[in-house]
Ligand binder design. Structure first.
Ligand code: NAD
Length: 362
């Protein structure tokens, strides 16, 4: 069994460094629990990288990313860099990492912790036990399709256009990921499209249906995206894995995340053939940066996904989820998930409490 791993750590901007500090505590505990050797290499990304080098994604950072078994990212961006040229904005570093590393599959689990049932805007009986995973295609579709642009019609009116295009291999590779992860869950995939209106997603449906013949142990269903948006708030527990396109996944995964209460709770993984990156779904939260108010749990849970998907170690992910659950059961809450009668803690204390629970697990 492989016991030495390289993890690239990119804290980024705003609350990124604060939540990453807590996540690193967790990595170190797992390292000693399993007698591993984990080499952590930090580098600049986003606004801080722009300040230091004039580029939000320096070559050094990309090199470190390419040498790593997995990448852990905090968050990038902030008001300080809103006025600079679009190509130099911190957020471009994320797109640069995704495209340079071929991270075509975005996995966003939405799981509700029992202690946080009341943090959801939906009735507790609708979300109790919720555990779904959105598998979003991340490097294709309408966000990348060509031609795109703003121009002028033959009749002289200005117009703007984008192109929704998917090739068979692009759909097959993301479909395989969805079927594979469903095997490790409840063996159900719901593929979401708009096949009644858009040829490209009718094609998506055909390719997924054909691919399914290789995964006959998995139950496959299809749903139109408008219905899925409705079903997510009507009866979200009907879903196990939702497989969908880049744009539909962008929207549906944000909707799904809110079922669980706070944006500060949700981890994500972006996977490619060779590389993989893990990050909380939230941004750099400049409004609370530097105040010890950020919830580090999304980043800590992202560490669990890194162990599971990139290092092929399932146990640490389970332990981390158990430690987070125990910490919440004990009443610890950061401000974003605070409710009456609970114990408000800061970013660092929340990290320490999860670390203590993790140490207790044998
Ligand atoms: P945001 O996710 O940073 O914040 C939205 C709201 O949620 C804020 O009120 C914030 O305080 C709160 N919040 C976010 N994370 C939290 C946490 N861990 N604990 C407690 N509260 C939390 O989104 P935004 O305000 O739209 O964007 C701020 C900056 O982040 C922008 O520059 C944006 O471009 C960038 N951004 C980066 C990423 C990323 O790095 N992946 C993602 C989204 C936004």
């Amino acid at each position: 069994m492989k016991t030495e791993f390289n993890i690239a750590v990119f804290p980024g901007d705003g609350i990124g460094p604060e939540v990453i500090t807590e996540a690193v505590k967790i990595i170190k505990i797992i390292e000693s629990k399993l007698n591993l050797r984990i080499n952590l290499t930090e580098s600049l990304v986003g606004g801080c990288a722009y300040e230091a080098t004039g580029c939000p994604l320096p070559d050094d950072t990309l090199d470190i990313a390419k040498k790593a078994d997995g990448i852990l990212l905090g968050a990038v961006g902030g008001p300080k860099w809103e006025a600079i040229d679009f190509s130099l904005r911190p957020e471009r570093a994320l797109l640069g990492l995704r495209s340079s590393l071929g991270l075509y599959a975005n996995l966003r689990p939405a799981r509700i912790f029992p202690a946080l049932l009341n943090a959801s805007t939906l009735k507790p009986e609708v979300v109790v036990g919720l555990d779904l995973l959105v598998v979003r295609e991340l490097t294709g579709g309408i966000y990348f399709g060509e031609p795109r642009g703003v121009g002028t019609n033959d009749d002289g009116h200005k117009h703007a256009f984008n192109t929704l295009v998917y090739s068979e291999p692009e759909i097959q590779r993301i479909g395989k990921i969805a079927f594979d992860v469903a095997r490790k869950r409840n063996s159900k995939v719901c593929s979401v499209d708009k096949a009644n209106v858009l040829e490209a997603t009718g094609f998506w449906r055909d390719v997924v249906t054909k691919l399914h013949s290789q995964f006959s142990d998995i139950e496959l269903s299809h749903m139109y995206v408008d219905n899925c948006a409705m079903q997510l708030v009507r009866n979200p527990k009907q879903f196990d894995v939702i497989l969908t396109t880049n744009m539909f996944g962008d929207i549906l995964s944000d909707e799904a995340s809110m079922l669980t209460g706070s944006i500060g709770m949700l981890p994500s993984a972006s996977l490619g053939e060779k590389y993989s990156m893990y990050e909380p779904i939230h941004g750099s939260a400049p409004d609370i940066a530097g105040k010890d108010l950020a919830n580090p749990l999304a980043t800590i849970l992202s560490v669990g996904m890194l162990f599971k998907y990139s290092l092929n170690l399932e146990e640490p992910n389970k332990w981390i989820e158990m430690a987070v659950e125990a910490t919440l059961d004990n009443g610890a809450r950061t401000l974003d998930i605070m409710s009456d009668g609970m114990n408000q803690v800061g970013t660092q204390e929340m990290g320490d409490l999860v670390a203590t629970e993790l140490e207790k697990i044998n």
